[in-house]
Design a protein around this ligand. Structure first.
Ligand SMILES: Nc1ncnc2c1ncn2[C@@H]1O[C@H](COP(=O)(O)OP(=O)(O)OP(=O)(O)O)[C@@H](O)[C@H]1O
Length: 364
């Protein structure tokens, strides 16, 4: 179901003016602090009645200021997943889960308890109270509770922000499953590049209350205007080929083979790999005698000089695009120009595990 977001709202010193459309799947609302994510989410939730707006989930209208339509928050059928799980401490996990369903309208075709418990791997936790759960387990229960309320839209407001890296790694695969196995659209607020790359079907990048880019993770993270040159990255689709004894995993991508530190997925799994542009080095000649294990050869598609000393160079490598952030001085010294053959070098250890995750880049 498509998500239609058109919201215009003026606050003292800040104006939100967002117009974006997202296809089914998981839409990440991405932007720096103060860019308007919470204000927009509040409009979607019905906690804010914007000056003007039109918000739709498929053909279901939450708000249409032109006709005076404003669905009150309790009738919006939104499943919330907050930063802290917000579970009821006096209820056990099963009761917390069923509390969500208690509020589901009778005609809601929500997921069954059994399916949600299986999907989130929380069967062994059902009789425990939240006080006896880890942060990651609490968050899995919170996802289950949101799902069982029979929502038409799931709103996840920085759901991983309060967790440490290990807990984040534990939860990310569940959001991947939610994206791939549940048909309810998900609006997910984040300012983490790793989450954008791994989870998003669509990214809406906000800055100063406006949309600066809408597209796939590869399109938006590759757009220096949207994320800043420092954070520009490529997002490659990769298939796990094999895990080697020396702790490296071999992946196949349309840009060529990659060797990365052991990834947590079996051979055959399809993953996304975010490669920060600043981790890529370029060479005109095929390098020899180099310690780097990943050398991908392509053709320079574009060179974009930045305002400062840097430039972003995009290589067409096979069917993929790989972005490198190098200095303008190096562009001149190597006499780089579009159309030239060029070699991209990536250190295996430069790609951290959180930048490698499950899921194809577009819904299949
Ligand atoms: N009720 C309000 N009155 C006046 N200004 C507000 C109000 N609510 C938010 N703002 C301002 O609107 C801007 C956007 O805030 P918002 O909370 O939507 O940003 P955000 O992207 O969610 O930020 P963060 O990531 O820090 O949560 C900020 O400059 C904020 O100070």
């Amino acid at each position: 179901m498509n998500l239609g977001l058109s919201v215009q709202h003026r606050l003292p010193g800040f104006t939100l003016d967002v117009r974006a459309e997202a296809p089914p799947g998981l839409t990440v609302l991405f932007g720096p602090s103060g860019s308007g994510k919470t204000t927009l989410i509040n409009a979607v939730a019905g906690l804010l009645r914007p000056d003007r707006g039109h918000i739709t989930v498929g053909d279901w209208v939450l708000l249409d200021s032109a006709t005076g339509q404003f669905l009150p928050p309790h009738r919006r059928r939104i499943g919330y997943i907050f930063q802290e799980g917000r579970l009821f401490p006096h209820l056990n996990v099963r009761q917390n889960l069923l509390y969500g369903r208690w509020f589901a309208p009778r005609d809601a075709r929500g997921e069954s308890l059994g399916r949600v418990v299986e999907m989130l791997g929380i069967g062994h936790l059902l009789t425990r109270r939240p006080g006896a759960l880890s942060g990651g387990e609490k968050q899995r229960v919170a996802i289950g509770r949101a799902l069982l309320a029979g929502p038409r839209l799931i709103l996840a407001d920085e759901p991983l922000a309060a967790l440490d890296e290990a807990r984040k790694a534990e939860i990310l695969p569940y959001f991947e499953r939610l994206r791939d196995e549940v048909s309810v659209p998900i609006l997910y607020v984040s300012h983490s590049l790793a989450e954008v790359a791994r989870l998003a079907t669509t990214v809406i990048a906000l800055r100063d209350g406006r949309v600066v880019a809408v597209g796939t993770p590869g399109q938006v993270l590759g757009d220096a205007g949207a994320v800043g040159a420092r954070d520009a990255a490529s997002v490659l689709t990769a298939r796990v080929v094999a895990h080697h004894d020396d702790g490296l995993s071999e992946l196949a991508t349309a840009a060529g083979p990659l060797l990365l530190p052991q990834v947590a997925a079996p051979p055959g799994a399809i993953l996304r790999v975010r490669i920060a542009a600043s981790d890529v080095i370029l060479a005109r000649e095929a390098p020899r005698g180099l310690s780097s294990l990943n050398i991908l050869s392509g053709i320079i598609a574009e060179i974009r000089p930045g305002m400062g000393p840097g430039a972003l160079v995009t290589l067409a490598v096979g069917n993929e695009r790989l972005i490198a952030r190098i200095t303008r001085r190096s562009v001149a010294a190597l006499a780089l120009e579009p159309g030239q053959p060029c070699h991209a070098i990536l250190k295996s250890v430069a790609v951290p595990p959180e930048d490698v995750g499950g899921g194809p880049l577009s819904p299949e």
